[in-house]
Design a protein around this ligand. Structure first.
Ligand code: ADP
Length: 221
């Protein structure tokens, strides 16, 4: 089923308000196809380029699924670069603006103490680069025992950058019954290996190039 409107999705009033404040009216193809299975708790593989609206595709169901009464980290997003981690965390914060869900980016290059303070205050969603995530895990400043949702964003790039061991290490430390989703522009053998190892009967969503062109890209000639 293709969802035509955000209002057709079983989303809370506060999340819909956040989406509206972002100026989004209709879901992009990747959003229309992934939000529902993710809300239902299924694992999802989304093949889509950047700029297709992937962040909200996983961010909306993640925010919606957070239990506010639990102050532990429940959602973990891994992304290849610091810029991306910051951008994703900002985007999710905007979606969650009216909900009380707390989001924090963790990445290398920034003083670790600042991140430690933020983590101490309690965050529901962490968006991290693999290296710094491992660093926090080893220091004991990040605990993943309550994580219920994991997203691997730009998985192909993370593997190209040599993060495979870090990703394995992190995923081995989150509870096994979590939901896992993976987004990647390309699906090669190494990306499939991660899917086979960590995902349970994933729903595969492919956004074709033609569909991508329909979204948010002003076409000129
Ligand atoms: P990706 O994560 O796929 O690289 P983004 O999530 O950053 O893409 O989205 C690309 C741009 O499109 C952003 O500026 C975002 O705010 C905008 N966008 C995403 N989804 C929608 C939507 N449903 N309606 C309008 N704009 C959207």
């Amino acid at each position: 089923m293709q969802v035509q409107n955000f209002n057709d999705l079983p989303l809370s009033k506060d999340v819909l308000r956040g989406i509206k404040a972002l100026g989004f009216e209709n879901p992009s193809p990747i959003q229309a196809q992934s939000i529902m299975p993710l809300l239902e708790g299924r694992d999802v593989i989304g093949q889509a380029q950047t700029g297709t609206g992937k962040t909200a595709a996983f961010g909306i169901p993640m925010v919606e699924s957070i239990d506010l009464s639990d102050k532990r980290v429940q959602g973990l997003v891994l992304a290849p670069t610091r810029e991306l981690a910051v951008q994703i965390a900002e985007h999710i914060s905007r979606i969650s603006r009216y909900t009380g869900v707390r989001v924090c980016p963790i990445y290398g290059g920034e003083k670790i103490n600042r991140q430690i303070q933020q983590l101490k205050r309690g965050v529901h969603i962490v968006v991290g680069t693999p290296g710094r995530t491992i660093d926090h895990l080893e220091r004991g400043t990040l605990r993943l025992g309550a994580v219920r949702m994991v997203v691997l964003d730009e998985a192909d790039r993370m593997l190209d950058m040599g993060f495979v061991n870090d990703i394995n290490k992190i995923l081995d430390r989150v509870p096994e019954d979590r939901q896992t989703s993976l987004f990647s522009a390309t699906m090669d053998r190494n990306v499939w290996k991660i899917c086979d190892r960590y995902m349970d009967r994933p729903e595969k969503i492919l956004v074709s190039k033609d569909e991508i062109a329909l979204v948010q890209i002003e076409q000129r000639y």
